[in-house]
Design a protein around this ligand. Sequence first.
Ligand SMILES: *Cc1c(COP(=O)(O)O)cnc(C)c1O
Length: 398
Amino acid sequence: MSKHKKDFRTDTLCIHAGQEPDKEFGSVVAPIYQTSTFAFETAEQGAARFAGKEPGYIYTRLGNPTTKMLEDNIAALEEGVLALATSTGMAAVSTLYFALLGQGDHVVASSAMYGPSRIILERDFVRFGVSATFVDTGDTGAVKAAWRPNTKLLYVETPTNPTLSITDLGACSEWAHKNGALLVVDNTFMSPILQKPLRHGADIVLHSVTKFINGHSDVVGGIIVFKDEPLFKKVRPVLTHLGGTMDPHQAWLVLRGTKTLALRVRAAQENARAVAELLASHPAVEWVKYPGLEKEPAIKALIEKQMDGPGSLISFELKGGIEAGKRFLDGTSLMTLAVSLGGIETLIQHPASMTHAGMSRENRLAAGISDGLVRLSVGCEDKEDLLKEMKEGLNKLV
Ligand SMILES: *Cc1c(COP(=O)(O)O)cnc(C)c1O
């Protein structure tokens, strides 16, 4: 029985998609095919594999059975047809830019997108004649206003990091397709448990699997999922030639993470709801942004339409701005002061001096990242322990 079936539900797919007990010895867990190269039985077979006339592996940069299991697993979770695992999330992003863009092409992208995803467009791809306009893609009107006749790619993160602006994927895909462009969505923040962008018209979805998908803060990696085979065939040779493919041991570790993905995402979300409510009601807090606290009816309706929950990332600013923020950060003990997100442990960081320090202050403020903004990636610790530490830290500030 193939486990890669659309009729299983998400939680089942996390555990089983892409994986069968091993045919040789019945090992229930995926074997790690830790090899760089694969032997051919005959010269003819080698030639047939190179010619693409016979399935089978050749060389690990071009494909590996353990890595393939992870690719099939995430393709099933995202409801795509095929996937490509990459050495890091940024290898997924840069490979996509290389594969989809050429001289003279223009990109419209979310202004508060992941720092390096924006920086390589502004500093590197610009050298090859690619231009980009960054807008709050949560405003579909701004996307349309930024559009040019040579726009080939609409690149969206929703919710954005750390401003948590929500983009209407259905409206964006309709607009992009009507105007001859592709919609690529970085779904790292939501994971396929809470959002499946291909359902809403995206052509390609990517993840930093470093975050929720692996979930244990011990691996870096990325993945690209395709809605159809022609797009996969366009990107695959670019990835295998540029060389950002995933290593089989890395893939095996990530497969341990995917089994508990749904459980972790929901546990962290339950904690995050409670933490967000505490922040929203505390006098030391200037404002808090969390999709679960959204009051604006149109955004609330959009969240209900395209997200299966508000997730576990919260942004907030303390009264007293950056100075109060630093005191709060330095006073935490259960929450770890570190960048990254989506792991089982709660992480807290200050984007203006950390993840988004590479952006100019002007661009940062324009993207909605104020100097005092603090970002929290809520983990799976006991809820009462988290709330206790939060309360104690906040009470010291008033
Ligand atoms: C972390 C992250 C990336 C980059 O992934 P790496 O695995 O660090 O290379 C890309 N997009 C988003 C939204 C991220 O959070």
